[in-house]
Design a protein around this ligand. Structure first.
Ligand SMILES: C[S@@+](CC[C@H](N)C(=O)[O-])C[C@H]1O[C@@H](n2cnc3c(N)ncnc32)[C@H](O)[C@@H]1O
Length: 267
């Protein structure tokens, strides 16, 4: 397959990437046939997965609006993804134009496309880094230049730590980020779960191994442990649509069919 102009050199065109599969589920244009094949294979086993990804994006919007309403206008979005509809800086700056956002992702296309659309926006920055390298992220010049570490910062880890295996200590990653931001900051998390899920979800999850970054479904207890040292804001750690829905009508009859748990903790 020929490399499209928007894909940086060095991309493995024969291996799906989690960022591009997600982009495809959200209706984006930055994905390859290999990504679409994987997305369709997963969908055929567990049709709820596309809804879950869209519900995650809707949580992102509600979470950012909530955080700005709490007076937080600085965001460190780790595992930010390929820019699509309703990016963090758009939601935050609509609520408060002074909001500043640093996007961090390990995927070269997510980084290059973010840089392309944010070129010239002095209130945003893009960092190419792995979520596991917290010290590197917190010391990054772009992060230090844009964010004021004397004021609360919202750290977003939405749909990213399920790509980090237990052996790389996801709770330790959150703890380091928590310790790196001032009191009054927030940590927002979304992670896929096996809680309340039918067996085909567990089977479909195995397909994610094709990307080279398999997904790790986690229990409520494991995810609550990631909020250590923070105070969970209402309604706590819940299936995505149950987290402060815009309207009760937005909550599905079976919110557990969105196989991910979401929560926000105050540091
Ligand atoms: C499902 S997308 C979520 C995007 C966005 N946070 C959202 O909620 O809409 C997951 C993103 O995490 C990124 N990612 C996966 N593992 C990562 C890691 N170890 N460090 C940084 N980013 C990672 C992927 O490249 C992808 O862009």
């Amino acid at each position: 397959m020929e490399r499209p102009s928007w894909a940086p050199d060095g991309i493995d065109l024969d291996r799906p990437s989690s960022a591009r599969v997600y982009d495809y589920f959200l209706g984006g244009a930055h994905n390859f046939a290999i990504d679409r094949q994987l997305a369709e294979a997963i969908s055929s086993m567990t049709p709820n997965v596309g809804d879950t990804m869209r519900a995650n994006r809707s949580f992102l919007r509600r979470a950012v609006q909530f955080l700005v309403s709490e007076g937080v206008t600085q965001f460190l979005d780790v595992g930010s993804g390929i820019p699509t509809v309703g990016n963090v800086h758009e939601v935050a700056q609509e609520a408060d134009p002074s909001s500043r956002v640093v996007y961090v992702d390990v995927d070269p296309i997510a980084v290059s496309h973010s840089k392309a659309i944010l070129d010239g926006d002095a209130r945003t920055a893009v960092v190419h880094a792995d979520a596991r390298d917290v010290d590197e992220i917190l010391a990054d010049t772009a992060v230090r230049d844009l964010l004021d570490f004397e004021s609360p910062i919202a750290v977003l880890l939405l749909g990213v730590l399920h790509f980090v295996p237990d052996s790389d200590d996801p709770a330790g990653i959150v703890a380091k980020l928590r310790d790196g931001v001032p009191a009054g900051s927030y940590i927002a998390l979304v992670n896929v779960t096996h809680e309340d899920q039918p067996p085909e979800v567990i089977e479909a999850q195995k397909l994610s191994g094709r990307t080279g970054t398999p997904i790790h479904l986690r229990s409520r207890e494991e995810l609550l442990a990631q909020f250590a040292g923070t105070e969970l804001v209402e309604p706590g750690l819940v299936h995505i649509p149950l987290w402060r829905p815009d309207s009760p009508l937005d909550v599905d009859d079976r919110p557990e069919r969105f196989g991910a748990l979401a929560g926000i903790g105050r540091v």
